[in-house]
Write a protein that binds this ligand. Sequence first.
Ligand code: TRH
Length: 369
Amino acid sequence: MNQQPLTCDIFCRVIDNYGDIGVCWRLARQLSAEHGIKVRLMVDQLSSFSRIAPEVDPGLLRQNVANIEVFAWTEALDLSSPADLVIEAFACELPARYLRGMAERHPAPQWINLEYLSAEPWVAGHHLLPSPHSYLPLTKHFFFPGFTPGTGGLIREADVGRLPGANATAKPVSPLRVFVFAYESAPVDRLIHAIPAEGVVAHVTVPAGRSQDKLKNWRGQQAENALEASPLLGFGYPDFVPQPEFDALLRAHDVLFIRGEDSFVRAQWAAQPFVWQIYPQAEGAHWVKLNAFLDLYCEGLEAEAAQALRDLWHVWNGAVHGDLPAAWNRFLRSRAVLQAHAIAWADKLMQMPDLASNLLSFYKKNAKI
Ligand code: TRH
């Protein structure tokens, strides 16, 4: 029997930065390449998209990129027939016309709202809860990514476990390669001061963006004030690279400062000690999320290393106004333990089904395939 490939429509609004499109682009690529699904990806800001996927032409309304049909999500967007599986990323609100098309389709598509990632304990209890539409015969299900069984899991491509770096051990390295992908609010200047303390020779890579600009400015001022630059420190300022190269860049470093959602997950697959700068939310909702992840991640980690990790994360995020050099030095002294833990953590996560598989299991169960 000649079965038609499953079809999937993913809708993405870029709220801020690159995480929304970063997650959607990864998922689209994996569903297409590993599961043979025909994917259409609708994005409202192609210019942001083209930073992480330079093949994308921001001027085109419709194009094929890596076997995925990419559409500019404008007022005029008119998709012929809704797909079998519809993914509304981060509650981005599907176009009314498309929703009506979904209601008229038989069988109705399986409709998922892909939520933001959180380690909070309530996530498993809310994963896959249904939400009937107020007047159309449609039900949306909330799909929560997560770190524990019972959640939707994490995006993990088939080659993640085989990637170089994931099985490395923490040998003393010189220079120590530090990758810093951060928001402007991060105390990058204080970190740069702290790194060469205790004679550490380091190379610091800061990708294009506001924190790179801030660092360059700060270093420029230092030079003007004739302050001596540390001979122990080198700097790299790469431009934005395509997403697969970004993953390789992380694996080529020994300590990772990452942020948001997607690079946060990639640091975990890179299995290196890392420091997460969380995306700030209204009313401090992000502190609960940050600590929920720390609680989960530190399970089984020896007390001294766990404290070093917590302290550095809290100072880096501005949760406390602590002593960054002291926190950095304690973190570095625990690097071997943190490295072993990062590998054990990645191995543990690897035992769980990945997000795309969970999505498709849900689809098959609900669509009764
Ligand atoms: O850009 P971010 O801060 O995105 C954030 C988060 O998603 C947050 O949860 C969300 O609420 C907010 O946006 C609106 O960080 P994140 O999630 O790590 O996404 C960055 C993406 O950019 C990731 O997919 C990696 C990619 N990237 C490249 O592809 N090349 C590069 O050179 C760099 C620096 C990043």
